[in-house]
Write a protein that binds this ligand. Structure first.
Ligand code: FES
Length: 105
């Protein structure tokens, strides 16, 4: 996770589901905004294995599953947890102000 960057409005907290990532566009980046146990996490939306969007997958138990070959990644760290993915993906800082969520990119 980078400590530099700019905050971008991402979504209203009530619009982010527990099991379905929300697509956020910040500059050139596509980010999957995830909710788990009432906390919010932002992860690069593109899988590190081949080209697939996590926003077409789902979130379960703090992990996001790629829709193409079902590799799982930790939404807090971006760590690749299962094959066929071996490379971690980027994560981004999230802050909440009232009902608004922002990601730092
Ligand atoms: S493209 Fe994500 S696991 Fe293959």
């Amino acid at each position: 996770m980078s400590s530099t960057g700019q905050w971008h409005f991402a979504a209203k907290a009530d619009d982010v589901d527990d099991d379905e990532p929300t697509l956020v566009r910040a500059g050139e980046r596509q980010i999957a905004l995830c909710r788990f146990m009432d906390s919010f996490y932002a992860i690069d939306n593109i899988c590190s294995h081949e080209y697939a969007c996590f926003t077409d997958g789902f979130v379960e138990n703090g992990e996001i599953e790629c829709p193409l070959h079902q590799a799982r990644f930790c939404i807090q760290t971006g760590r690749a947890l299962s094959a066929p993915a071996e490379i971690d993906v980027d994560t981004f800082e999230v802050k909440r102000e009232g009902d608004s969520l922002y990601v730092k990119v």
